[in-house]
Design a binder for this molecule. Structure first.
Ligand code: ADP
Length: 499
């Protein structure tokens, strides 16, 4: 592969990424303190490369660059059309570099490269293009206030945005954050996840190539407890946007107020209910629920991990579901035939395994998987539990792995209550041919997204976010822009009070 430096690693022909430094004020630099960390290939369990580790000093540098770019730089004074064109150009560059980006995403995260190519990459470039289109369509209102006034609103950028993203969809989460922030005219300091820093650095390269002014986007590789926590409290930051676990989200909510009031949006955990009605085509429902749960090795915040199946079709569903799960092809993320890659890290593999053991201990019936994976790579065999009860740990807590919980129901009002009896409210699913049932369930479910006869449909046009402990705010769509805009109300009168 010509786009990479020659590999020095012992393993196979995997190429090493070129870019491992911090991206601050349009320049590549090492950490002030000289810290680095290893990023690991979850398939080989070997380090891919050493990456610069942002310290507090680097965060200060990046926030200052973003502050200057916002307060004095060309970004806010640039025409909205030019800003939009830059974002669109970034989308085109992502498309042009899709092969390299998909390779990096699979290498660092473990997801099958075929999935990265088919899903993550098009979603990523379309997000940049979509928000590029929005930049010159952000408008205010004229308001018929009583009296001799001309009143109107202006929609202005919030300022410097601190963005902290997770490792499950590194490129896409970066695009969901950068797209609306830049369209709105904000400048950004982004901290990527320590498990998956690589693809974001390639995007930084493309940001430079597209011609964004220096300091508008700053990308830091680093850890949550130091760089992330410090960034979220920084007094020169106007807004914090975070995607990750609910525990860290709550911490960020508290921490963000330490250095002054910041706007905060959070996209957090889930334990989404997926309801399979008695009239469902069972084969179709098995496919829908498997996509809903096993996609991305089960590492989706919206995973349909509480599966409620009507008792009339329960046995057939459970049997077919177990068979379907056992057909997954576990393997190298770079192999086109692989359908399930390893979990992102040893830590995640252990956590998921812990939940499987709990499921067994608490008396759920194991129908597929459930044995430890002994080979190389952080794999978890696709696992299906049936006879799961609402109060079992595996029915309540987010597992974030390929572990399915099947529960039984017979009454539709009751299943709505059970589905809503969760601290989370990110997503939900319904499979039915009955339109009345579809309306009844979708209206009753307390969740930010409800899929009917489909699952995991994502698009920059579709608002995404959670009720309850699943988050605050929506990403994507015009709602995604609101997070990065202030409303200024202007009331004008002639000096003599006439109009
Ligand atoms: P996960 O459990 O999926 O790894 P986390 O919520 O721990 O998700 O991490 C998501 C992102 O939040 C990562 O970029 C991580 O470095 C960052 N992070 C973790 N802890 C903190 C913290 N205390 N403050 C700010 N960011 C953090």
């Amino acid at each position: 592969k010509t786009f990479m430096q020659k590999t020095t690693r012992s393993f196979g022909s995997r190429a090493v990424p070129k870019q491992t430094q911090l991206f601050i004020d349009g320049q590549w630099c090492n950490s002030v303190k000289g810290g680095t960390f290893e990023t690991i290939d979850p398939f080989t369990e070997e380090p891919i490369t050493q990456v610069q580790r942002a310290s507090r000093e680097d965060v200060d540098k990046a926030v200052l660059a973003a502050r200057i770019a916002f307060d004095h730089g060309p970004w806010r004074r640039m025409s909205a059309t030019d800003r939009g064109n830059l974002l669109y150009r970034l989308g085109e560059l992502v498309e042009k570099n899709a092969e390299e980006l998909a390779y990096l995403e699979a290498l660092d995260n473990g997801k099958p490269v075929s999935v990265a190519k088919a899903a993550d990459l098009p979603l990523t470039w379309n997000t940049y293009k979509y928000y590029g289109g929005w930049a010159n369509k952000i408008t205010g209102d004229t308001i018929p206030a009583p009296g001799n006034f001309h009143a109107y609103t202006r929609r202005e950028p919030v300022g410097v945005a601190a963005q902290i993203i997770p490792w499950n969809f590194p490129l896409l989460m970066q695009a969901w954050k950068l797209g609306p922030a830049l369209a709105a005219g904000c400048t950004v300091v982004m901290k990527t996840a320590e498990q998956t820093p690589l693809s974001a650095l390639k995007i930084a390269e493309l940001i430079k190539e597209a011609g964004f002014p220096d300091g508008v986007v700053n990308i830091l590789s680093g850890f949550g407890e130091d760089a992330g926590a410090y960034l979220s409290t920084h007094s020169d930051v106007d807004k914090v946007a975070f995607t990750g676990s609910t525990a860290v989200g709550l911490q960020i909510m508290r921490n963000s107020s330490l250095g002054g009031l910041k706007r905060v949006t959070l996209e957090l955990g889930g334990k989404s209910a997926n309801i399979i009605c008695e009239d469902a085509d069972v084969d179709m429902a098995v496919q829908q629920s498997h996509l809903g749960l096993f996609f991305n090795q089960g590492q989706c915040c919206i995973a349909g991990s509480r599966l409620f199946v009507h008792d009339k079709i329960y046995d057939e569903f459970a049997e077919k579901s177990a068979k379907f799960a056992s057909e997954a092809k576990l393997g190298d993320s770079q192999d086109a035939a692989t359908t399930q890659g390893p979990q992102v890290s040893k830590e995640q593999q252990d956590t998921v395994w812990g939940y499987i053991e709990k499921g067994k201990k608490e008396g759920a019936t194991l129908l597929a998987g459930g044995e430890k994976y002994d080979g190389k790579g952080y794999f978890v065999k696709p696992t299906v539990f049936a006879d799961v009860q609402d109060d079992m740990t595996i029915a309540k807590e987010e597992i974030f792995g390929p572990v399915m919980q099947i529960m039984k129901f017979s009454d539709y009002d009751d299943v709505i209550d059970r589905a809503n009896r969760s601290e989370y409210g990110l997503g939900a699913g319904v499979v039915t041919k009955d339109i009345g049932r579809a309306f009844h369930l979708t209206n009753g479910l307390r969740a930010g997204t409800v899929y009917v006869n489909c699952y995991d449909v994502f698009d920059p046009t579709l608002p995404f976010g959670g009720y309850k402990n699943s988050g605050i705010g929506r990403e994507n769509g015009p709602q995604g822009l609101d997070n990065y805009l202030e409303t200024k109300t202007v009331i004008m009168s002639r000096p003599d009070g006439s109009l």
